[in-house]
Design a binder for this molecule. Structure first.
Ligand code: G3P
Ligand code: CA
Length: 259
């Protein structure tokens, strides 16, 4: 089986800024994304949630409680019970430090407006409810910002999910888009994902040299998450992974540069 990968993704190990440079900046803020890019990240990651008025915003949790501060009526509780206008009254950086109090929860559209086609995006459909139509909204934004073809040809946008159903919904809309399943790396997942995806993103603890080789034999990339210590980064690189999610892109960059 001949494996075909875009030039950008072949023979390189991708540095994926997990929620941006979230080790040193408040996750999923422009500050975190700017910092990740400055530190050498090849991709910045987005986790998607949907507001009550149907807007895709970038936030890891389904609730605002952990990383958002502001008036309780607007800034606590489930994201999908708040309008975008309510969420925009909140700070997405204050919890991490006073100097980032001005950071807001970005919409995905604002992320595309800020970085355009100058960066690569690794976007997760997070706990997608089919009724939210997250996948259709995502593809509409790819088209609005002319990112679809660049994703197909150069993996400018990689779409990831723990939900195979979500990825299959995307695949049904456009079978050319590169998709990564988040889950265990084993024979069953390899057999399943090769039907619709380009890779698997496993938790790094279960990654071995042998299961990376098995994925590669099936033409699937392996992008473990979330690899933060120098020792774990080195171990994953030694197994031949194709990139990894890290809160500290500078640590991965240092090892890739030294290789
Ligand atoms: O998307 C890779 C990794 O981020 C998955 O875990 O919970 O950080 O989204 P989580
Ligand atoms: Ca994620």
């Amino acid at each position: 089986l001949a494996c075909v990968a875009p030039a950008q993704a072949s023979a390189v190990q991708l540095n994926i800024g997990h929620r941006g440079a979230s080790g040193t900046r408040p996750e999923h803020t422009f500050a975190a994304y700017d910092r990740a890019l400055a530190l050498g990240a090849d991709y910045i990651e987005q986790d998607l949630q949907v507001t009550s008025d149907g807007v895709l915003v970038v936030l890891h949790d389904g609730t605002l409680n952990r990383t958002v501060r502001g008036p309780a009526e607007n800034c606590t509780g489930a994201v999908d019970t708040k309008t975008l206008a309510q969420i925009k009254t909140c700070s997405a950086g204050e919890w991490f430090g006073a100097e980032w109090a001005g950071e807001k929860v970005p919409t995905l559209e604002e992320v595309f407006q800020r970085y355009g086609k100058t960066v690569n995006y690794y976007i997760e459909t997070k706990t997608p409810d089919p009724e939210d139509d997250m996948e259709t909204k995502l593809l509409a934004l790819l088209d609005k910002y002319d990112l679809r073809n660049a994703s197909i040809n150069d993996w400018q946008v990689l779409i990831q999910s723990f939900s195979a159903d979500s990825l299959k919904r995307v695949h049904a809309m456009d079978a050319r888009l590169p998709l990564v399943f988040l889950g265990t790396l084993n024979a069953a997942s390899i057999q399943s994902v090769r039907e619709y995806g380009v890779g698997i993103g496993p938790s790094f603890g279960g990654v071995t040299q042998a299961n990376v080789a098995a994925a590669h034999a099936a033409c699937l990339n392996v992008h473990p998450y979330t690899v933060n210590t120098d020792a774990d980064i080195a171990r994953m690189l030694s197994y031949g992974v194709d990139g990894m999610f890290t809160n500290f892109p500078e640590r991965l960059e240092a090892q890739l540069g030294a290789a």
